[in-house]
Write a protein that binds this ligand. Structure first.
Ligand code: AMP
Ligand code: GLY
Length: 416
């Protein structure tokens, strides 16, 4: 059973359903895309009692939790207490995403490379701490903020304004790190941690990486900028010490740990952790995974990660372009008709995942900010990118928009 209803979950469902070990898949609540691979049940994924009840009655052998909200709410705890195998951390370990202060303190206590910081309980204490930092400086609200609680302040005035706007909740003030960002996805089961894949995404809504932050307008995998040597360092210096620290504290991590890294001149440093797959990174990663994915996640869920073959990726490149509804990330236009997904999927190597769709009287319509995640794989990055855009161009969605420059860094590198 898969919990969630976005593009990430459609990609997970698609890949799980292709696994030889998965003969039936339930999704709660799912979406019209997920309904292609799973039976959807209308249940709130954060309602732990309901999720446990359905899993019991359907004899579910593995629950995969897609989004962070059920993890932070303790849905994995409830499933584990009911002796149901679950891919995803308990609430205590999910604090790695739920509380930036928790993660920063864990890094400091375990010598994990990250930006220097101070943690304050009230925004009013933050002003006094600003003097310790040079400009630019980073101000973060301490809690789940869906990427919206972060200000990279380019002046003291901007920093003070961000603190003023933060209300009176807890804040983290951070040293600004210089470098290129990359994401590393590792499977973690207690003290065992193995790399699964790397990726890069585009967070800004506009071309040239401009405009407000979004959940992500596109992504590609792998991220060659995270070289094998840098990935090894990130695993040894960041991910594994984190897994050991959580295990030693009696709150072991189980699931996928998504490390947002800054590749600085001194090596990889942690920007943030998420305790789930990225969206849209997941849509780019799933087509690259070789072997029985459901069995891999089941091994993590049942504490057997150290005993099985490490995960393998196909030697290919994948790229995902998000098609969003006009107005996103503000108030997205709802209800626009979406057609020609089948035509897009005729392009070689392409799968179109549903991120925010619903079935209306006129067929498929937009419901949510990010509507489709158009993914292509190919032997080279340039071909994957060309295929993804050829597929996007087939889609008929008058109310939609997308970025034409997804993967620009990688394209420059590939052309260089
Ligand atoms: P976060 O929600 O912590 O990932 O922050 C959102 C974005 O802000 C990151 O993806 C970075 O682009 C930027 N950011 C966060 N922390 C830092 C930092 N210490 N130095 C530079 N950029 C940062
Ligand atoms: N694409 C960024 C995230 O999933 O958090």
């Amino acid at each position: 059973m898969l919990l969630g209803s976005g593009g990430r979950e459609d990609a997970l469902a698609w890949r799980l359903r292709q696994s030889p070990s998965c003969d039936k898949l339930l999704a709660a609540p799912g979406n019209p895309g997920i309904a292609r691979w799973a039976d959807c049940v209308s249940v709130d994924p954060c309602d732990a009692a309901k999720v446990v009840d359905i899993a019991r009655r359907a004899n579910i052998e593995l629950v995969v939790i897609g989004p962070e909200a059920p993890l932070v709410a303790g849905v994995a705890d409830a499933l584990r207490n009911a002796a149901i195998a679950v891919f995803g951390p308990n609430a205590a370990a999910a604090q790695l995403e739920g509380s930036k202060g928790f993660t920063k303190d864990l890094c400091r206590a375990n010598d994990i490379p990250t930006a220097d910081y101070v943690r304050v309980d009230r925004a009013s204490d933050a002003l006094a701490s600003l003097d310790r930092f040079s400009i630019p400086v980073v101000i973060k609200a301490d809690g789940l903020a869906a990427g919206k609680g972060v200000t990279v302040a380019m002046s003291r005035t901007e920093a003070e304004a961000a603190i003023g706007a933060a209300g009176d909740g807890p804040l983290v003030i951070e040293e600004f790190l210089k470098g290129e960002e990359a994401s590393l996805f590792a499977l973690v089961d207690g003290e065992t941690a193995v790399p699964l894949a790397s990726a890069q995404d585009h967070k800004r809504v506009g071309e040239g990486d401009t405009g407000p932050n979004t959940g992500g307008m596109g992504a590609y995998a792998p991220a060659p900028v995270l070289t094998p040597e840098l990935q090894r360092r990130a695993m040894d210096e960041i991910v594994r010490p984190t897994a050991r620290a959580l295990a030693a504290a009696g709150t072991p991590f189980s699931g996928v740990l998504y490390a947002g890294l800054m590749l600085t001149a001194e090596g990889p440093k942690l920007i943030e952790y998420n305790v789930r797959f990225g969206d849209p990174e997941c849509e780019a990663i799933m087509p690259l995974i070789d072997g029985d994915f459901a069995e891999l996640l089941h091994a993590v869920a049942t504490g057997r990660l150290a005993a099985i073959e490490p995960p393998r990726l196909l030697p290919k490149n994948a790229m995902t372009v998000i098609v969003a509804a006009r107005g996103y990330p503000g108030t997205p236009a709802s209800g626009g008709v979406v057609r020609e997904i089948e035509a897009a999927e005729q392009v070689e190597g392409v799968t179109v995942f549903h991120a925010g769709t619903a079935l209306g009287d006129q067929g498929l319509v937009a419901k949510g900010g990010r509507v489709l995640a158009v993914t292509a794989i190919a032997d080279t990055f340039a071909i994957a990118r060309a295929r993804a855009y050829r597929a996007v161009d087939q889609i008929d969605f008058a109310d939609g928009f997308h970025r034409r420059d997804i993967g620009w860094r990688e394209l420059e590198r590939a052309n260089a």
